[in-house]
Design a protein around this ligand. Sequence first.
Ligand code: IMP
Ligand code: MG
Length: 172
Amino acid sequence: MPELIPVIKKDEIDSKVAEVARRISNDYKDSELILVGILKGAFVFMSDLMRLLTIQVQTDFICASSYGSETSTAGNIKLTKELGIDIQNKDVLIVEDIIDTGLTLAYIIEYLKSFGPKSISVCALLDKREQRRVDIKIDYSCHVVEDGFLVGYGLDYAENYRNLPEIYHLKL
Ligand code: IMP
Ligand code: MG
């Protein structure tokens, strides 16, 4: 049986999400912000984050999946749900669950740039730096984590464990 080792507790998740929400609310108080969540992993984080924002925002999701190995990004990314709202001349904040190699995010940034937004920033629940392969700026990150495969709070392994309220290291 795979082993689940606790890594980030619910109260630590909640306090960082609240802190990042305060920063975003402050930084974008005079702008028209659009949150673009990356499905499926970011949906739990996005729903908590957006309800703590004190500014008006629009929201949308895109669905990105990489094909290849189950626990690492092979760099082959495809979109299975495209952007559905107009982001031209708007400030966009990408909301992502975890950034590992950065390849998914780099692909999504290029995709979103093609719609002519005013700005693109990145908010990530987890920043896993060891395997980073592209240089990308994460404007708002909640937790820096060690290498290792994490599940819970939206993150999955083969579509399992997304519903766990806290974050665990999955030892296969
Ligand atoms: P990257 O392209 O390597 O940065 O990988 C980003 C995507 O891979 C994330 O959006 C996740 O869906 C998935 N991923 C990377 N590391 C983990 C992990 O530890 N647990 C669950 N999913 C992960
Ligand atoms: Mg993801």
